[in-house]
Design a protein around this ligand. Structure first.
Ligand code: HEC
Length: 181
């Protein structure tokens, strides 16, 4: 039931979600071109902050800011880095209820790196979060994302709580159409 709902919703995915999905294959091929961090470490060539640089790159092209940073997509990315990933008050409303992109600065600050890897590998959220792209990401890329977000430090407040489908959210929300029957 939930699965077929999610599939139907995915079929109606916004251009936003589509764009981030399209961006990811490039990330993957860039990842293959880049020197593997562990290999660099072994060779003694890993520059300090390299993971942070890579995490910044992955967050930019992986689409996380499109939803988790208020105003990012609408301003073509013109949001200062210190405000990145602090979550959004704008809800996404559909048959699953109303969800809010969480404040990842607070999320990362509250957990250790290995807990993050475990969460990224196993979590299944409600739409429109593309949890499956995190699940399929290389572990070193997940670590780089974690280190970059930790490097930014905690900021902002928690996003509004999830509102179940039988209730109407108080603030603004993007309304998804009902999935086809
Ligand atoms: C299309 C919009 C969208 C994109 C793109 C997106 N997210 Fe999310 N994300 C959400 C929403 C909405 C939720 C809340 C889902 C829920 O309440 O079930 C969420 C939840 C999460 C959560 C679980 C809540 C928490 O903070 O523990 C994590 C972790 C997360 N996103 C990380 C990421 C990362 C990393 C990226 C980039 C690779 C990303 N997201 C891209 C919309 C998005």
């Amino acid at each position: 039931m939930v699965n077929s709902l999610q599939k139907a919703c995915a079929a109606k995915a916004t251009q936003l979600a589509l764009l981030s999905a399209l961006a990811l294959p490039h990330a993957a091929s860039a990842a293959q071109d880049a020197v593997h961090p562990k290999a660099a470490l072994a060779a003694g060539t890993a520059a300090p902050g390299k993971d942070i640089e890579r995490g910044r790159y992955l967050v930019r092209i992986g689409g996380c800011n499109d939803c988790h940073t208020a105003g990012y997509a609408m301003s073509a990315g013109q949001v200062p880095e210190k405000e990145w990933l602090t979550g959004d008050q704008l809800g996404w409303r559909g048959p699953w209820g109303t969800t809010y992109p969480s404040n990842l600065r607070l999320t990362m600050n509250a957990m250790g790196e290995n807990d993050w890897i475990k969460l990224a590998r196993t979590m299944k959220t409600r739409p429109p979060m593309p949890w499956f792209t995190l699940r399929d990401m290389h572990k070193d890329d997940l670590r780089a994302i974690y280190r970059f977000i930790r490097h930014l430090g905690p900021a902002g407040k928690p996003a509004p709580a999830f509102v179940p489908p039988d209730r109407v959210a108080e603030g603004p929300a993007i309304q998804f159409p009902m999935p086809p029957r």
